[in-house]
Design a protein around this ligand. Structure first.
Ligand SMILES: Cc1ncc(COP(=O)(O)O)c(C=O)c1O
Length: 444
């Protein structure tokens, strides 16, 4: 592991020592014209065959002193992750298994290409964290240095507030921008030579606008900056950002991967050199590591990710069309509706439209309250709740809930109006959901 006392020389270009090696491998193995993994292969990897028993342990015994010393040196005699059998804050067999399956879902094509080229050194690493926010904050802390700037697209409320914290406490420059317009990013790079990374969501939360990931990756590469994509709304089932030129992919596993709202977790996947040294240091020392049981549970839930998402998507496209034609609805945001402003980008980079819908009501805030209070009733099929990706449908009001921490002016500029409603579509059966939505809308 790299020494923590090493002097760091800041050189804006080539400032990430692992960048050149990663860049070469990325060009060779990661970018591909095939935008998604074949569906059958995806489902087969999800199902897996090796789910381990639960290792609900904080510590693992060594064979002898040499074995203990060896493991601390990062050697793994049996081929397992070096730190997965020392102490659970450093790694655990259940977390290791989940990291491996998630890594395959996003990167199997990279593994295949690297093996075919007889590549000896690992290309990609993955780490599972105790939450999606832990994955985001730890990843940023793994590479950020004084004097750096970050470009941040339209992001989830807590990601937004973490960025403001970095800015206010540590002087990191944060350039919030609308990443749906690639030109904005080009301009920021032209104006600032200290941008080290671009962080974006696509589709973003909650307005479901898309960023053109491939086009943006060409800009970040030309400027030796990282492109980090929070892929929570898609999961690797809908979108595989490494194929589009992304450097680091993050996901809140709390959402589609768990799919039952039964635990909180997150994952980051990216350049092996970074993950194995600097990011691993943050992982073990900040300590936002998951419990063995949560990793086991997420590995179990992952087994039917593709099947669940297919069912959710089928329901969602039907409901998006229904809402678009409804007299009480002003506007619907769903990536695979032709009326969506980023429809072409969606067709280019997503497998299908996914399970998230946002819509604005003609009756404004009051109509939204009536609709959501209807779904707060125990005799209706959805829940008034802020998460997403579950088998249960959730409805929520971003302006007063998930995005209430975003300053009002920024929130309005991003289109998170008081009449915007976000819907996470579950698997309840589309006729049940449609009937209830109609009833709720007609109250407003
Ligand atoms: C897009 C996105 N990223 C990250 C997060 C944070 O995930 P977690 O709640 O697992 O920390 C969320 C949570 O809603 C999210 O919607």
């Amino acid at each position: 592991m790299r020494s923590t006392t090493q002097t760091i020389t800041i050189n804006m270009k080539n400032r990430l020592e692992w960048w050149p090696q990663w860049f070469e491998k990325k060009q060779k193995y990661a970018r591909t014209t095939e935008k998604q993994m074949d569906q059958d292969r995806f489902n087969a990897i999800c199902a897996g065959t090796g789910l381990p028993a639960i290792h609900q342990k904080s510590t693992f015994k060594f064979e002898n002193v040499a074995d203990g010393a060896n493991r601390f040196l990062g050697n793994s005699p049996s081929g397992e992750k070096p730190f997965a059998r020392i102490y659970t804050r450093l790694g655990n067999p259940n977390t290791e298994y989940l990291e491996k399956v998630l890594f395959q879902l996003d990167c199997q094509h990279i593994i295949d290409e690297a093996l075919a080229a007889d590549e000896r050194e690992p290309t990609i690493g993955s780490l599972v964290f105790a939450s999606g926010m832990a994955a985001i904050s730890s990843t940023i802390m793994g590479f950020i240095r004084p004097g750096d700037a970050l470009v941040v697209g339209n992001v989830y409320g807590c990601t937004d507030s973490f960025m403001r914290y970095l800015q206010n406490r540590f002087g990191i420059e944060i350039h919030f921008t609308d990443a749906t317009n690639t030109e904005n990013i080009q301009q920021l790079f032209a104006q600032h030579d200290n941008i080290v990374a671009v962080l974006l969501e696509s589709p973003d939360n909650p307005t479901l606008r898309l960023a053109d990931i491939e086009a943006i990756s060409k800009i970040t590469e030309a400027n030796e900056a990282l492109l980090i994509v929070d892929n929570t709304f898609c999961s690797p089932y809908l979108q595989q950002p490494f194929r589009l030129g992304t450097d680091i992919v993050i996901q809140s596993l709390t959402k589609y991967v768990n799919g039952h709202s039964a635990s909180i977790a997150g994952v980051a996947i990216g350049p092996f050199e970074f993950f194995n040294h600097d990011l691993f240091l943050v992982y073990k020392d900040f300590g936002a590591t998951p419990s063995p049981f949560d990793s086991w549970l997420n590995s179990l839930c992952l087994q039917d990710l593709g099947i669940r998402m297919e069912a959710q998507t089928k329901n969602a496209i039907h409901l998006a069309q229904f809402l678009e034609a409804h007299p009480k609805v002003k506007r619907v945001w769903y990536p695979f509706l032709e009326s969506h402003p980023d429809y072409e980008v969606a067709r280019k980079q997503m497998r299908n439209g996914g399970g998230m819908i946002s819509f604005e009501l003609k009756g404004g805030y009051d109509a939204g309250v009536a609709l959501m209070n209807y779904f707060a009733r125990p005799d209706t099929p959805m829940e008034l709740a802020v998460s997403l990706g579950s088998l249960i449908s959730y409805i929520e009001h971003p302006a007063s809930m998930t995005h209430s921490v975003v300053p009002e002016a920024d929130r309005c500029e991003r289109g998170i109006t008081d009449s915007l409603v976000r819907l996470s579509v579950g698997t309840e059966g589309v006729s049940i959901l449609q009937k209830a939505l109609d009833e709720g809308l007609n109250l407003g």
